[in-house]
Design a protein around this ligand. Structure first.
Ligand SMILES: Cc1cc2nc3c(=O)[nH]c(=O)nc-3n(C[C@H](O)[C@H](O)[C@H](O)COP(=O)(O)OP(=O)(O)OC[C@H]3O[C@@H](n4cnc5c(N)ncnc54)[C@H](O)[C@@H]3O)c2cc1C
Length: 377
């Protein structure tokens, strides 16, 4: 069989690797618009649970990625300048480019053809393969060329954000909330290399207007964020890599396949970063599609149906959690009326997945601190 994968992000590369590893006789190619060593953003974070889910595809590949990761076992939430530590939260982060390089190496070692600097504009002339895998991200050109057939829906969320880097190595996955300078600000920051961290800044729609950010240039917004988060940045400047401010586009598709085209990763459903798992979900889609072909052999229609039937319920469940998380961030100004400990507790329970009982088991130190705070009020 002949597979053509458009998009050399985590979903496309992991799928190509899994497929070729199981079927050395198949032709598997990845077509990527960027050069091999270019990407957007800085580092991505994955939970410890996510890593074990991904190892279900190929444990050796995940071991190689894990060897390049920074890891920690706490989450920090900073509100009114007070740090609240949530123990028992296992996370790991990796530079996005390092992750892509490792996946590219895995692909090359087993004979996947990688073709860089080639942008695919539409799905029109792709009869040169049996299966066309659209792994070309949230703004997928392949998906958009059949948006009616895929029943594509796009919702623009309220908050604005930009993805920066900084040479401050933070001790843990941290969320810092700041009130002042005309509004409410949030930063998600975490170390992805010994001396570097990702720094995602986010503001709500009211702040976007009241702070004057709506009329600033992206350079001015970067300078403004350096002022707002001066204490958190510890004197270091923010680093840009095509770090423009935008609203998050939530993309969903009523159908995941059409003709010989199948959607995976962000092309299939863009994941909101506040549940921190876009990379994991994209790579799990790759595992699910590969498994479907393992079960159905070269019956493409059947493999596509199996992929959607088995994967959709999982995606839907996470989407419900993401919607609650999005609503929490859109109302963060109100949430910030809570004391630091109550605020952290509210944050941890925001998606409905975590419960008080589970927190007591997984984060006993935090819950003791919460109980002390509650007994004082
Ligand atoms: C601000 C921000 C923070 C994030 N933080 C995290 C995080 O902490 N943890 C996490 O797990 N995820 C995070 N994500 C999400 C994560 O980056 C994505 O969910 C994940 O990369 C999706 O993988 P993918 O392979 O589906 O798509 P992508 O990674 O977007 O890859 C798509 C690839 O396709 C290529 N491409 C696009 N169009 C074409 C075309 N027409 N022709 C050829 N090639 C094309 C692109 O160049 C790209 O290489 C974050 C995202 C953002 C924006």
């Amino acid at each position: 069989m002949n597979f053509k994968v458009v998009g050399g992000g985590p979903a496309g590369l992991y799928f190509a690797y899994l497929m070729k590893r199981s079927h050395p006789d198949y032709t598997v190619r990845v077509v990527e618009q960027n050069p091999a060593d270019a990407t957007y953003g800085f580092g991505v974070v994955l939970s410890g649970r996510a890593l074990s889910f991904l190892a279900a595809g190929d444990a050796r590949a995940i071991e190689r990625l894990s060897a390049r990761m920074q890891s920690w076992s706490e989450q920090h939430i900073v509100h009114r300048g007070e740090l609240v530590a949530i123990d028992g939260s296992s996370y790991a982060a990796i530079e996005r480019l390092a992750m892509l390089h490792e996946l590219q190496s895995l692909c090359r070692e087993i004979g996947v053809k990688l073709e860089f600097n080639q942008r695919v504009e539409s799905a029109a002339d792709h009869s040169d393969c049996d299966v066309l895998v659209a792994a070309d991200g949230a703004n997928s050109a392949l998906r958009d060329s059949y948006s009616l057939a895929f029943d594509t829906r796009v919702v623009e969320l309220e908050n604005y954000f930009a993805w920066y880097g900084v040479e401050t190595p933070y001790a843990a996955h941290t969320l810092t909330f700041v009130q002042g300078e005309g509004g409410t600000y949030c930063a998600h920051h975490y170390r992805y290399a010994p001396d570097k961290s990702t720094f995602v800044a986010e503001v709500d729609a009211a702040t976007w207007l009241s702070s004057g950010m709506s009329t600033m240039t992206d350079d001015e917004r970067k300078g403004f964020m350096e002022q707002v988060f001066a204490h958190t940045l510890q004197g270091k400047p923010l680093i840009s890599n095509r770090s423009f401010w935008r609203r998050w586009r939530l993309v969903t598709n009523g159908r995941w396949h059409h003709r010989n085209i199948v959607l995976i990763g962000d092309a299939q459903r863009s994941s909101h970063p506040s549940i921190g798992s876009g990379t994991r979900l994209a790579m799990e889609d790759a595992i699910a599609l590969w498994r479907a072909f393992e079960a159905d052999g070269n019956d493409i229609a059947s493999a596509f149906r199996r992929y959607e039937r088995e994967r959709r319920p999982v995606r839907d469940k996470l989407n419900q959690a993401a919607e609650k998380s999005i609503a929490w961030y859109e109302s963060m100004a109100l949430k910030m009326l809570l004391s630091p400990c109550d605020f952290a507790y509210d944050y941890m329970l925001r998606t409905g997945v975590m419960t008080r009982e589970r927190l007591a088991k997984e984060s006993p130190e935090f819950m003791r601190r919460l109980a002390r705070a509650e007994s004082l009020t």
